[in-house]
Write a protein that binds this ligand. Structure first.
Ligand code: BGC
Length: 734
């Protein structure tokens, strides 16, 4: 397909149509739309007419093959130039088979499993006719009050970037024309996860250093991995809404990063420029959007209503429209849509592949790997001979898919009770309460008395997190906390399994439980994964990628904080005048990287050795499995730069490895450090690693203490380093 000659044939209206995204019901009365933003007003304002309906470029919320087929066929009957529609949707952690929510998946610390999840999601979604997924969401988050924390992969800049790449590779493969690939739309650009007070859609304000060092890298990594689209965020950054920010969309994205893919607004975020107070009308909002560089207007009507006139009056240059249309047509071409507008759509395959055994097995394994054991006082794993009282609203709840569950159906999810029945485990049962309704726990108390061990399934309903799911109280709902406290008076061991989308304040849960398993929203195979973990058929290995605060008042909290001038450890200071809370510790209750196993790993013999003159160090540490079960451990490596030109984090994750260690034996784990890991942006804008001392930490979480010092003899500039790497790779390929 020759894109330039196609562009030449297009009328202005047809070009503008390509920049507009609309709901499936516009073409298909049988469809009920999935809606996450304002619509009623929008339809009045959308500028849709019988004629332009068949000139629009993309549809949001397709979820089924027959529907995709109907819509595309009908559309192409009317579209003058035969330009197919693009179908997009939020395939965030699965399409029909639902895998654990992203924050849970991140706890696996397993890039290839993440990629596999994205691959299987794409296979299912492409069979239903989808071309683009609004994923990965790579927003860095340090505030558990923000409901969308469950969609993120956590608080670490480097790890988020690694996951971003895995998602993109899994969705897109290296060949977008494959009928089972999806184009990835990375979101939400930029810094959406830093909303003030953790309140969704709220102001974001931060230094450029913070933005560039912590918040932007994961979007860039997704782009470097080939993500074909990027979505703007709802928030302002430095006073300018991201959707109208030439700094973000032109300077950084296009000029610095050389991104040549498609940009898309978030749902109605062009129109929201009015509410942000930077546009006086929908027309002005649209003008700002297109000038800033937003190619597709998702659901605001601004482009469809006003762009034509703005171009005729030379308020907006036609070149801006042409550029945007060109990028969209290129995407359609690269997806193979001009050759086959029905690419991927396959009702038969859809039946076979959705919830296939292979996908369900993966979902179960990933759920096992993403659960995090937070506490275990010698009670887990359980023995089948132990008499169990199964109690709590999540024992039977199918609300285990999470708030972004694609086309997943709750009735297809396996509950804890289903899985215990399937495994013929005997138990006595009482619900105790619903998630947050105040009912009394008397019946549960009676049931619990009959058992040796209380298995308590508690949590947040999925509506309590996700988009617009911010909360100031991040404890479990009151009725559940009261029930737990009452059950604890029986003096029987309590194993609490938690279903939730955010880090919670778990002080009382930890106090009253003998074991706590964080299961997040584990997806379709929830119950089976939990049963296998509780009974030792699988061993917990997940580790948190976000700190669990001691108290909501500590938020935002991060393991990679900067030092303060008055740390609590300072010698000779009056303790009153150190940096601390009077009523809570500074540290998280469970730090980043934390997670237990049914065995115990110890770390020793950390050594570091510099390789020749190349500023490369080989580190090694001995990891010993002290217990009686073979298990996997996630070995983590952190680096601190104690003296620099700007204050540097107390430590930062630089690498990790998931290793299998047999019971009673040990394993040497190695790690290679190079100068690029020691670089940061200096006040003059240069990126380099300063000569001087560094500290390497190795251990099982971000609070580990085993460390060694090493020295960089000469300052290394980024350009110099990159050239050196390029030279070396060219010489090895020669
Ligand atoms: C969300 C996006 C999502 C979009 C389309 C918005 O409300 O912020 O993450 O991709 O809706 O569903």
């Amino acid at each position: 397909m020759n894109i330039e000659s196609l562009l030449e044939q297009m009328t202005l209206q047809e070009k503008i149509g390509q920049l507009v995204q609309i709901l499936p019901s516009v073409y298909d009365p049988q469809t009920s739309d999935t809606v996450t933003g304002p619509v009623a007003q929008l339809m009045e304002e959308s500028g849709l007419t019988e004629e332009n309906r068949f000139e629009l470029g993309s549809v949001i919320g397709i979820n089924q093959a027959e529907q995709a087929l109907r819509i595309q066929q009908n559309y192409l009957k009317h579209n003058r130039l035969g330009i197919p529609l693009l179908f997009m949707a939020d395939i965030v952690h699965g399409h029909r088979t639902i895998y654990p929510v992203p924050l849970a998946l991140a706890s696996m610390w397993d890039i290839s499993e993440m990629e596999l999840m994205a691959r299987q999601s794409a296979i299912e979604a492409a069979a239903s006719g989808l071309h683009v997924t609004f994923s990965p969401m790579v927003d860095l988050v340090r505030d558990a009050r923000w409901g969308r924390v469950m969609e993120s992969t956590g608080e670490d800049v480097w790890l988020n970037g690694e996951y971003a790449k895995a998602f993109v590779r899994g969705y897109q493969t290296d060949d977008l024309t494959r009928s089972d690939s999806l184009a990835a739309c990375v979101k939400h650009f930029a810094a959406y996860g830093a909303a003030e007070g953790g309140r969704d859609y709220n102001t974001v304000d931060m230094s450029d250093r913070e933005l560039r060092e912590f918040y932007l890298p994961a979007y860039l990594k997704a782009i470097e991995a080939g993500a074909r689209l990027i979505m703007t965020s709802f928030n302002v950054v430095d006073g300018v809404p991201a959707t109208a920010s030439t700094y973000l969309l032109r300077q950084i994205l296009r000029n610095e990063w050389q991104f040549d893919g498609v940009t898309i607004s978030d749902w109605s975020s062009i129109k929201e420029l009015i509410q942000h107070g930077v546009a006086g009308s929908l027309a002005e909002a649209g003008e700002k959007g297109i000038k800033a560089g937003v190619d597709i207007d998702m659901m605001s009507g601004a482009y469809l209503n006003h762009l034509e006139q703005q171009i005729e009056e030379h308020v907006v240059s036609i070149d801006l429209v042409d550029e945007a249309v060109r990028r969209i047509l290129i995407l359609k071409r690269d997806l193979g849509l001009f050759e086959n507008p029905y690419r991927g759509i396959d009702p038969e395959l859809e039946k076979r592949i959705h919830l296939s055994k292979e996908h369900r097995d993966t979902a179960r394994r990933l759920a096992e790997k993403s659960c995090v054991l937070l506490k275990n006082d010698h009670i887990l794993p359980l023995a089948e001979s132990q008499r169990i009282a199964l109690i709590g609203p999540f024992a039977t709840s199918t609300d285990v898919l999470g708030p972004w569950a694609g086309s997943g159906k709750q009735e297809e999810a396996i509950t804890v009770r289903d899985a215990l029945d399937e495994a013929n485990i005997e138990y006595v049962f009482a619900e105790g309460s619903t998630v947050d309704a105040e009912i009394d726990w008397d019946q549960a108390m009676e049931v619990a008395k009959q058992a040796e061990v209380i298995l308590l399934a508690l949590g947040e309903a999925s509506w309590m997190s996700g988009e617009a799911g911010s909360r100031t109280d991040i404890r479990l709902p009151k009725t559940q906390r009261e029930g737990l406290a009452r059950l604890a008076t029986l003096g029987k061991p309590i194993v609490t399994v938690l279903f939730n989308g955010r880090p919670l304040d778990l002080r009382d849960v930890v106090e009253h439980s003998d074991a706590v398993l964080e299961a997040w929203y584990p997806g379709t195979e929830a119950g089976r994964a939990i049963h296998r973990l509780l009974y030792g058929h699988a061993i917990p290995s997940g580790k948190l990628t976000i700190s669990f605060p001691y108290h909501v008042g500590q938020l935002p909290i991060r393991y990679d904080a900067l030092p303060t001038g008055r740390p609590m450890t300072i010698e000779g200071a009056d303790p009153r005048y150190t940096s601390k809370y009077l009523d809570a510790p500074n540290e998280a209750l469970f730090p980043f990287g934390y997670g237990l196993s049914y065995t115990h790993f110890s770390y020793s013999q950390l050594t570091l050795c510099e390789q020749s003159k190349e500023s490369i160090w080989e580190a090694s540490v001995l990891v010993t499995n002290e217990g009686t079960l073979d298990a996997e451990e996630i070995v983590q490596w952190y680096v601190q730069d104690p003296v620099a030109d700007v204050s540097r984090p107390l430590r930062q994750l630089k690498g990790y490895e998931r290793v299998f260690v047999k019971a009673g034996s040990n394993r040497e784990v190695t790690f290679r450090i190079d100068a690029s890991m020691l670089m940061y942006q200096h006040p003059d804008g240069s990126v380099k690693a300063d000569a001087g001392e560094f500290i390497l930490y190795a251990g099982s979480d971000s609070a580990c203490t085993l460390h060694e010092t090493f020295w960089l003899k000469q300052t290394v500039e980024k350009e110099q380093f990159d050239e050196h790497i390029n030279d070396r790779s060219t010489s090895t390929t020669r």
